[in-house]
Design a protein around this ligand. Structure first.
Ligand SMILES: NC(=O)c1ccc[n+]([C@@H]2O[C@H](COP(=O)([O-])OP(=O)(O)OC[C@H]3O[C@@H](n4cnc5c(N)ncnc54)[C@H](O)[C@@H]3O)[C@@H](O)[C@H]2O)c1
Length: 387
């Protein structure tokens, strides 16, 4: 039986994928094999010695002591892309909110008083202030063509927009998923100069902090609509409010309200709703549960933030999984230890990422516990486990 400790509510759609004859799940549990969580802050928690995996139903892992867990050979799984559709839909809504002045128009309608006849008269007199524009033929610039950016780019194409994207780290797999008509910008500046809508889908890092500042705003087309459902710090708030005041920017749609933004009529700031759908929560739970189960039962790693993806089909009943430092001769020492015990290696897969590596060894015969201890004692081995 594997013991799973939940530190937050995890959607039953995910938890139901753990067969009851092999997994016991509880929010109170000693010696768990794995922890599942969403935003629970694990930093102050004593990490149980029994722990083999941590699964975060969501993308960010700053609530988890990843470095400390890595040193113990514990993978931290997350769910990249599981909330991408939820964010994409809000970006489309954001474009329409800005193009059709829906916020101010709603406020106008809500403020109407008098008889129905008087309201009708006021509507006809007032509606011209909220005339908007349509999306087909407009140019949509997508910064970052990851899980969310790709869906936004393809949705833009489906809406009849002319889409241009910029992502120096675009993967081949990612490029395959893009609609063929999405154009590639070679530089960010190239995209900024031509787009009517600029939407940002990059992570917040040192290199993307203040990515959209006064200088980059000055390159944009007059009347551009800027959309930020990524992170607050990627757009410089002072610069964008100044650009709205000067008329350079037509509207700013974001997921991050702040005092300075609230004062502007042409700012639409939502309360961090990007991933807030029941479906996104379910998708995250399903994905993280599958990842953790696959690791516990087969030692396969997919979507860990601290170890490479490593997976192998099971060809024998005896598997050894090893997390180790990425240093010379680790594989030699592991196979020598197994060879000295006269165990025949049927198959072996090893991948490294940065300072760490992960190895799966399938053997023809059972692996005695003292041999696992010997492998675990090799300097640089962080974890060794029979799966
Ligand atoms: N508003 C919300 O509730 C919400 C929800 C989910 C995600 N997000 C944010 O959206 C971001 C994107 O999510 P994702 O799932 O698409 O991530 P992802 O990792 O799949 O994609 C990010 C992409 O950005 C690219 N990139 C990095 N630096 C870049 C740069 N300087 N210029 C251009 N491209 C660059 C990367 O190559 C990658 O392809 C997340 O990092 C997160 O901050 C917000």
């Amino acid at each position: 039986m594997f013991k799973i400790l939940t530190l937050n509510n995890i959607s039953p759609l995910g938890l139901d994928r753990l067969p009851k004859d092999r997994f016991v799940v509880s929010d109170r549990m000693t010696e768990p094999d794995a922890i599942l969580l969403r935003s629970f802050k694990m930093h102050d928690m004593a990490v149980p010695g029994s722990l083999k995996a941590v699964g975060r139903a969501g993308a960010g892992v700053n609530n988890i002591p990843v470095d400390a867990l890595t040193k113990r050979g514990i993978p931290v799984f997350n769910t990249p892309g599981a909330n991408a559709n939820a964010v994409k839909e809000l970006v489309i809504a954001g474009m329409l909110l800005a193009a059709r002045h829906i916020g101010p128009a709603l406020r106008f309608a809500e403020g109407l008083t008098g008889s129905d006849a008087e309201i009708s008269k006021a509507v006809e007199a007032g509606k011209k202030s909220y005339a908007g524009f349509e999306l087909p033929g407009r140019k949509l610039g997508v910064i970052g063509l990851g899980a969310i950016g790709r869906l936004v780019a393809n949705a833009g194409v489906a809406l009849g927009m002319d889409v241009i994207g910029f992502d120096p780290g675009l993967t081949v797999e990612g490029a395959w998923q893009l609609a063929a008509t999405v154009k590639k910008a070679d530089t960010l500046e190239e995209l900024l100069r031509v787009a009517d809508f600029v939407t940002i889908h990059v992570p917040l890092m040192e290199t993307t902090k203040n990515l959209i500042d006064a200088e980059r705003l000055s390159l944009m087309k007059d009347g551009v609509v800027l959309i930020n459902f990524a992170r607050e710090g990627i757009v410089n708030t002072n610069a964008v409010t100044a650009a709205i005041t000067s008329g350079k920017v037509y509207g700013y749609v974001c997921d991050f309200p702040a005092n300075e933004l609230k004062q502007h009529d042409r700012v639409i700031a939502l309360p961090h709703l990007g991933a807030s759908t029941a479906e996104a929560e379910d998708n995250c739970a399903v994905m993280v549960v599958d990842e953790v189960r696959n690791f516990l039962e087969h030692g396969n790693i997919k979507n860990a933030v601290n170890f490479p993806d490593v997976a192998a089909p099971r060809e024998t009943a005896h598997r050894l999984a090893v997390a180790n430092a990425n240093v010379p001769n680790m594989l030699g020492q592991i196979s020598e230890t197994l060879g000295l015990a006269k165990l025949n290696i049927h198959d072996m897969v090893n991948r490294s990422r940065g300072d760490y590596a992960y190895t799966i060894v399938d053997l023809d015969d059972p692996i005695p516990p003292d041999l696992v201890r010997k492998v675990a004692a090799i300097p640089g081995v962080l974890m060794a486990r029979v799966v």
